[in-house]
Design a protein around this ligand. Structure first.
Ligand code: GCB
Length: 619
């Protein structure tokens, strides 16, 4: 097989599409616990070609090769010798091109890619001889933002959204010889109608940023499942198993939690779905203080899936947040999916563990994984380490509220996030967005997302980070969206973006319209680690320290305050932060610097959390 000229594969692809191939399609249901199946990892070194003009995708008339009627672009028709069978872009050669590590953003791997926004093509050869009767799925943890994926020269599909998994069935598409190759066009160009849109306060990291593998499954297999406590019935375990494949009705599915002595066997209906309910009064409930996970096994015919699942309840009552029925204070911190020390996207469990260990040191029982879905591995670590999670979709600032395609995209990202996280005890909040501006189209968009979240999961809380407005020294929180949410959660930057010096902010009083638990989803201010001054010297550690001291005083006066996730655990890269002395491309609101140094404010929050833990948890 000749694979050195990938555009050849695109020409084949275009022909394939003309003949009615799979084409460009939206993402369908994800396989639950795909990483735990028998997998071939495709992580490691991938050859890449930078293609800012997208010459590998469009011909010189700007016609996409894979949408051409004839399968041939004009460039080739005009210029190739008349007897040649296929076009070739002879200027492109993957095998002599440099390589990038996957998973990993490209920006942090090559200085000339730091600010790059556009297309990069990736290619990886791999050996996999398919076994008859088995099914195969290619799985990408995330590619930012638009990805076109090709296997052995045929297009599998296109996906938009930089933070959710992408998965295609490739059964019958792997080469029986065992020699295979995958090509990805990753494009991180920002678009006004995308989710997120063109303006954010984080780095637009491009590339294949999370794990890639091929998973193997039997002909009929357990595609999806949910195993959780039934809503409002903490003594009952409930859920479903969804099979995929032929002959699905009447198949036996067994759920077993050996440690708890629980076992139930049920049969699938004609849709291949089996639901179960069983008494489970003796389960030890999961909580940050005791993050108990049970080994859960699901069996159907030859297919066995193992997972580690925790069980807990979460609800609100008036202004209380009840975790396992007990009022809790959510001692949180916001986190981006970034390792500040690289700096770049977190690339593996070590990076993720470092972030969550810092949060634990701060005294947290809770993290806000802002502003987009984080790695599934992060959610599993939060389960294991005992941290509650606020999980979010990148509906951030100004979204194209009136564009139906934008809504569909946001809803797909939310659905994939919920699919990925629904068995994680740590996740207690689905957030549908951040600081979205008031208006009717936005209200419609956001309430539709809320409805969607509740239809997919009615056991967790739904929230959004709202904004406030001020009149003199009164701060009003009355966004109409608040009515539809379970928490009154809002961002407030007194002492940084408004309200004067840190020492002045305690004069502000909050008027909060809703009788719901109050959650401060952000507050904070920038400090350059090692820069010292007094409490009125902006950018100094002392300023940030005073800001935290006074914020905590001011917020302490809110009767319904039940938690917070100050902004943010670590300094992070942000293109819009270009102050040449203090920022240099970093948002400096971290309590920990970009070199891993704890700033003074870290210890202020740590002490406050120690007191809250004593008050609520008696320690
Ligand atoms: C916010 C945003 C967050 C920013 C932060 C800031 O309100 O939600 O994404 O990074 O403020 O530093 O301004």
């Amino acid at each position: 097989m000749q694979i050195s000229f990938w555009p050849k594969t695109l020409a084949v692809l275009a022909l394939f599409l003309t003949l009615g191939g799979a084409g460009v399609r939206a993402q369908s249901g994800l396989i639950q616990q795909a990483p735990a199946r028998r997998v071939l990892s495709l992580n490691g070194s991938w050859n890449y070609i930078i293609d800012p003009y997208e010459n590998g995708f469009y011909d010189y008339r700007r016609e996409a090769f894979d949408q051409s009627k004839t399968g041939k672009g004009g460039y080739y028709d005009n210029q190739k010798p008349s007897n040649s069978q296929e076009p070739e872009l002879i200027e492109y050669d993957f095998d002599h091109s440099p390589a990038l590590q996957v998973p990993g953003d490209w920006n942090s791997q090559d200085p000339k890619l730091l600010y790059y926004e556009g297309t990069i093509w990736f290619k990886k050869n791999f050996k996999l001889t398919p076994t008859a009767g088995k099914r195969y799925f290619i799985y990408f943890g995330a590619i930012n933002y638009e990805a076109h994926i090709y296997l052995n020269g045929k297009k599998l599909g296109m996906h938009r959204g930089g933070f959710t998994p992408i998965q295609y069935e490739v059964t019958g598409k792997l080469d029986p010889s065992g020699d295979n190759f995958v090509v990805v066009k990753a494009d991180n160009t920002r678009h006004a109608d995308a989710v997120p849109t063109i303006n954010t306060d984080w780095w637009n990291y491009g590339g294949i940023t999370r794990d890639v593998f091929i998973a193997e499954a039997p002909g009929t297999f357990i595609k999806d499942y949910e195993v959780q406590l039934a809503k409002n019935e903490p003594g009952t375990l409930a859920g479903y198993v969804q099979l995929n494949g032929g002959g699905r009705a009447g198949q036996t599915v067994t759920l077993s939690i050996a440690e708890a002595g629980l076992k139930q066997t049920v049969k699938t209906d004609t849709a291949g779905r089996a639901t179960f309910r069983l008494p489970a009064k003796k389960l030890s409930l999961w909580s940050p203080r005791s993050p108990k996970l049970y080994a859960v096994s699901l069996t159907s015919g030859p297919d066995v899936v193992q997972d580690k699942i925790g069980f807990r309840t979460i609800q609100t009552k008036g202004q209380d947040i009840l975790l396992n029925g007990k009022s809790t204070f959510m001692r949180g911190i916001s986190i981006h999916d970034e390792n500040p020390l690289i700096p770049g996207r977190a690339r593996g469990e070590g990076d993720l563990r470092m972030l969550l260990t810092w949060a634990k040191e701060l005294g947290c029982n809770y993290v806000r994984l802002a502003h987009y879905p984080h790695n599934e591995a992060m959610l599993r670590l939060a389960d294991e380490m005992g941290l509650l999670v606020w999980a979010e979709v990148p509906v951030y600032w100004t979204i194209a509220w009136e564009n139906p395609a934008t809504y569909q995209n946001a809803e797909a990202q939310l659905s994939d996030l919920i699919s990925m996280g629904k068995n994680r005890a740590s996740i207690v909040v689905w957030s549908v967005g951040n600081e979205t501006p008031l208006g009717d189209p936005r209200l419609k968009f956001m309430t539709s997302l809320i409805k969607k979240a509740r239809s997919l999961d009615d056991t967790r809380l739904v929230a959004a980070a709202l904004e406030l407005h001020r009149e003199g020294s009164t701060v009003h929180v009355d966004d109409p969206l608040g009515e539809y949410l379970d928490l009154t959660s809002f961002n407030e930057y007194a002492g940084w973006y408004w309200g004067g010096m840190p020492s002045e902010i305690t004069k502000y009083k909050f008027e909060i319209k809703y009788n719901k638990p109050v959650m401060i989803s952000e507050f904070g201010g920038d400090a350059l680690a090692g820069y010292h001054g007094d409490a009125n010297t902006r950018w100094s550690e002392e300023y940030q320290e005073a800001l935290y001291v006074n914020q905590l005083k001011m917020l302490g006066a809110i009767p319904g305050l039940r938690g917070m996730t100050p902004w943010i655990l670590t300094d992070f890269r942000a293109t819009r932060r270009q102050h040449p002395v203090y920022q240099n491309g970093f948002n400096r609101k971290g309590l920990i610097s970009s070199t891993g140094v704890k700033k003074k404010a870290f210890y202020v929050l740590q002490e406050y959390y120690r007191q809250q833990a004593a008050k609520y948890d008696g320690k």
